[in-house]
Design a protein around this ligand. Structure first.
Ligand SMILES: [Zn+2]
Length: 109
């Protein structure tokens, strides 16, 4: 069976709240597996804009996929440059974990 079809099949008919939350968690884990993969995060991360990378990292983090959020941000940072006014500077030295913590703290200040 097609993988995506199997995912949709799991979500029908109407779900209970607990089933919905379980599927949502599975979806976040699957998204974290894809976007947080070391090679994928480096291959595709730099092609996202800063806003797109932050948006995806936020979604991953809220979904409990912190390591994937960090990997995606660090992969994305490889393509950022000061010249372009990007937000994630430092290349290989960019620390996605520190950035995520700083942004979260600033948002709650
Ligand atoms: Zn950026």
């Amino acid at each position: 069976m097609n993988f995506l079809r199997s995912l949709f099949r799991k979500s029908s008919p109407a779900l209970t709240e607990a089933e919905y939350i379980g599927h949502l968690q599975e979806a976040f884990e699957a998204m974290g597996d894809v976007l947080g993969d070391y090679l994928t995060s480096r291959d595709v991360g730099e092609h996202f804009t800063c806003r797109q990378a932050d948006t995806l990292a936020f979604a991953l983090a809220v979904g409990g996929q912190i390591d994937a959020a960090v990997a995606l941000l660090e992969g994305h940072a490889l393509g950022d440059s000061e010249k372009d006014g990007d937000d994630h500077l430092g290349g290989e030295d960019f620390n996605g974990s520190r950035y995520l913590n700083e942004v979260a703290l600033a948002a709650n200040a």
